[in-house]
Design a binder for this molecule. Structure first.
Ligand code: SF4
Length: 495
């Protein structure tokens, strides 16, 4: 389902001018008050979704309990009253960004985790990713009598599990997921088991961690390693593409229920979605982003006096660019960390101030200088244009825009919110047309080869067997987006 876009106060980009990760998932087993750990983990994953969050826990006396709320984790899952309703040593949680309701607002029924009661017992699931054949599955399931509670693609998994003839919940889940196409990193739970599973391509991340004996030796599943650090869990390893792990009574078992395929992890997680203090594929995200800046400086040098990031996400690449080029680094743009949702929403007049509410130019630093402005991506370009105008108004002599990702010319169908293709600047304009549109003195993007080198592929991208999903840059989708094709989406013509 295509979803409307909204900006959020964590980011300086304007409505629709961003690709947006839609979800983060987390689960804990084997500690007292597991939901407290999940709340902390979700707080660390808040960058993956700010609109709503939910936690389900299991306690033998009270059974399954759940709390689902709109807004930030810190505003909802720190209250003693809420947390007292989530007892038990096993809990999972989810944060979401996307808006699946018809008017562009998340309905509480779309907030995960989802829960199902099966003959094999109850189970809850939290899903990060997107099911690309969800429309077809939903039609089939409704025809066969399923009654859907939400408009989320993820609910298909619960209904497919309900129809499975397998006895145990993990076996039912395998049955269900073999019917599903697209991207899924799932954390699920039964009364006694914590389950983690990743699609065969491993498009979205999922990691496994362990708490020390002083914390009961429990196990943790998380979208990112930064959310292991917050609870003091040790990072053990990634859940591998196509792997299902089941943790019960302190023991982990691993299974490979899907046909093996070469992995295609989302390369944009390295560029922007994941937190810079996370580890992906054995590499520090911060270091990868710095290296992207190094590659960018080699591919697209500029004659300039100062390298400035668009904060915060452009900062590591700008540091790398400055280091490689020898041009001084400076914070020419200062971000107000305290812009909040309540301040942004009340009046049209305030909303129209847009970027100025969130960013200010460090005039004394930029005046009279030729600036290399580094950002992680360009989607619609509305924010970039305004930042350039603000820099020139503040006295900058020239603005040379350098982008730490290739032109984003295709939508993502694997769990990232993107505008329709025709709204993407790079889908309708050449690089020179984009430069003129943004009004900058020069514009260059890192190449796909350069990006692959920065993530550790010394020879760049292998066009016959690329090791990452890069469809939003290349138009080569590793899983055909069948629902969208049915609705008329045109795939890239074969070359
Ligand atoms: S299309 Fe882009 S954002 Fe989506 S999974 Fe692939 S690389 Fe990531």
């Amino acid at each position: 389902m295509r979803r409307p876009l909204r900006s959020h106060p964590f980011d300086i980009h304007e409505d629709g001018d961003r690709l947006r990760e839609e979800c983060g998932v987390y689960g804990v087993i084997g500690v007292a008050d597991a939901a407290q750990f999940v709340a902390l983990g979700l707080h660390a994953l808040q960058h993956r979704g700010q609109e709503a969050g939910g936690i389900v826990s299991y306690d033998p006396e009270t059974g399954f309990n759940s709390a689902r709320r709109f807004g930030y984790v810190r505003d909802n899952f720190t209250s003693a009253d809420v947390m007292a309703t989530l007892p038990g040593t096993l809990a999972i949680g989810h944060v979401r960004y996307s808006t699946a309701g018809s008017k562009g607002h998340t309905a509480i029924r779309d907030v995960q985790p989802f829960f199902g009661e099966f003959s094999a017992g109850g189970a809850a699931i939290a899903h990060n990713g997107n099911i690309t054949n969800a429309d077809a599955l939903r039609r089939e399931l409704i025809d066969r009598g399923s009654i859907f509670q939400s408009s989320s693609d993820s609910e298909c998994i619960i209904h497919l599990m309900a129809r499975s003839l397998q006895r145990s919940v993990p076996e039912r889940m395998k049955d269900a997921l073999r019917r599903v196409e697209g991207a899924f990193s799932i954390v699920a739970m039964t009364r006694t088991k914590l389950i983690g599973v990743r699609d065969p391509l491993g498009v979205r991340p999922l990691v496994l961690g362990r708490l020390g004996p002083e914390k009961g030796g429990g196990w943790v599943l998380s979208s990112e390693t930064c959310a292991l650090d917050i609870v003091g869990a040790e990072f053990l390893r990634e859940v591998e593409p196509g792997e299902m792990v089941v943790i019960e009574d302190g023991q982990l078992t691993s299974d490979r229920p899907f046909r093996p395929q070469p992995p295609r992890f989302c390369i944009f997680e390295h560029v922007y979605f994941s937190r810079p203090d996370s580890i992906l594929g054995g590499r520090s995200v911060y270091e990868t982003r710095r290296q992207i800046g190094v590659e960018l400086a080699r591919e697209a040098p500029a004659v300039a006096d100062l390298v400035c990031p668009v904060p915060d996400s452009g900062t590591p690449a700008a540091i790398g660019f400055a280091h490689e080029s020898g041009i001084p680094f400076g914070m020419g743009i200062i971000r107000n960390q305290y812009v909040g949702r309540t301040f942004i929403e009340p009046t049209e007049q305030i909303r129209n101030m847009g970027v100025r509410l969130k960013l200010n130019i460090n005039r004394a630093l930029v005046r009279g200088k030729r600036i290399v402005l580094v950002d992680d991506s360009v989607v619609r370009g509305t924010t970039s244009r305004k930042i350039k105008e603000m820099l020139i108004d503040a006295g900058a002599a020239e603005v040379h825009f350098r982008i730490a990702s290739p032109p984003t010319a295709w939508p993502c169908f694997y769990g990232v919110d993107t505008p329709q293709r025709e709204k993407l600047l790079a889908a309708t304009m050449s690089e020179e047309e984009m430069r003129a549109h943004l009004g900058v003195d020069s514009l260059r993007f890192i190449t796909l080869d350069g990006l692959y080198r920065a993530v550790g592929e010394a020879k760049g991208r292998d066009p016959k067997a690329p090791r990452y999903c890069d469809a939003c840059f290349s138009g080569e989708y590793p899983v055909a987006p069948s629902d969208m094709i049915e609705k008329g989406f045109q795939l890239k013509a074969a070359e």
